[in-house]
Design a protein around this ligand. Structure first.
Ligand code: ADP
Length: 214
């Protein structure tokens, strides 16, 4: 069981890397941004509360995001695709090959208080964070990437003003979470300034080393 938090500023590519890693290692991928966007798309009560906040680039309240994360980790499968019809954690029971169990959490925690909440949630599930991977990308490269992404993402929070605000919030609220994990010895930083495949290679080396030590 390997529980990984993937960390990075908007534009660092944490969603992209988390998706690649989930595929390669068969980890459950839990993205709070995706969970929130799903709620908005479904027009649920939570989604309606989150929509304006997300459009402004602000952080939604813990009362909205924590239950979503809790539910996703509890269900252990958030994937709507047919392959997920079998609970990934029940593969062996169903005669399918064993695979390393684990999850990759992307977009959470974004504040020190959320980091404490995550520990609490995992603790109740008798799990803990094994590794925090921070993807490092210089600020000018982040801004360039988000601008490029804005042209194709269709995300209503990828406008110039909102992007600036999201980066500011990252510096103020989310950056301190890195120090929190640095102190606990869980943090590994990876250079994310080059191509997607290069970053992926670096992250895989970190995970493989961790898996070997398990
Ligand atoms: P990015 O990292 O590129 O900003 P995400 O998809 O992770 O994108 O998040 C999109 C938006 O969803 C955030 O700007 C915020 O409004 C909301 N959000 C996601 N995760 C959290 C969280 N842990 N706490 C509060 N708000 C969140």
């Amino acid at each position: 069981m390997l529980n990984i938090v993937i960390f990075g500023a908007p534009g660092a590519g944490k969603g992209t890397q988390a998706t690649l890693l989930a595929e390669k290692y068969d980890f459950l991928h839990v993205s709070t941004g995706d969970l929130l966007r799903q709620e908005v798309a479904m027009g649920s009560a939570l989604g309606r509360r989150a929509q304006d906040i997300m459009n402004r680039g602000d952080l939604v309240g813990d009362d909205i995001v924590v239950p979503l994360l809790d539910r996703a980790l509890r269900q252990r499968s958030t994937l709507p695709d047919p392959d997920a019809a079998i609970d990934p954690w029940d593969r062996e029971r169903n005669g399918m090959p064993h695979r390393p169990e684990g999850c990759i959490i992307d977009g959470f925690p974004r504040t020190v208080s959320q980091a404490q909440t995550l520990e609490f949630i995992l603790n109740r599930l008798q799990r803990k964070i094994d590794l925090v991977i921070a993807i490092d990308v210089p600020r000018d490269e982040l801004v360039r990437r988000i601008h490029d992404r804005a042209a194709v993402s269709g995300r209503s929070d990828d406008t110039e003003e909102v992007i600036r605000h999201r980066l500011e919030l990252y510096d103020q609220q989310t950056q301190p979470v890195l120090d929190y994990y640095r102190v606990s010895g869980l943090l590994v930083s990876v250079d994310g300034s080059e191509m997607i495949a290069d970053t992926n290679h670096r992250i895989c080396s970190v995970i493989d080393a961790k898996l070997k030590r398990k």
